[in-house]
Write a protein that binds this ligand. Sequence first.
Ligand code: FE
Ligand code: FE
Length: 187
Amino acid sequence: MNREKIITRLKGKISEKRFEHSLGVEYTAACMAMVFGEDIEKARLAGLLHDCAKGLPTKEKLEKARKCGLPISKYEEKNPDMLHGKLGAYYARYKYDVIDQDVLDAICYHTTGRPNMSLLEKIIFVADYIEPNRKYLKDMDEIRKEAFFDIDKCVVHILKNTLDYLSNTMDDMDYMTQKTYDYYVTK
Ligand code: FE
Ligand code: FE
């Protein structure tokens, strides 16, 4: 599917604000691909589509994920919005005709990361956090700089701040984010 078609479809599925965010991730990911020698088109495609399933109402995310036979963790069952990565990869495959597994994985894991991420996965994980439309989060200036100089350091920084934030706001911790952090912090 070409970009024009993807955009037309995507616009009907997510809010205007989220669409703007998706464009932000697309271009930020492209810039990072230039810096780190990743395939620019893959980065753009994954960035553009990473939140394609986020527009579904929370309950429907869980229902759809079940219907599609996706693996659902206990944490995701309690927080179905976390499923938009997995579900997004599924939609990218079957509604946007993406067959590139690297792109699908980058979409799938963009929310929590995972241990031993590919370069493309890291790029989308980071670009999602730093794209210019994002509101200012703690250490944002520093994190944005790291994104273009030391991507692993940047990944750890984002994970750490996310976990700190989660532990302040939620009683129950995202297991995958913690697992990713443990992997990268000892690397
Ligand atoms: Fe997302
Ligand atoms: Fe996003």
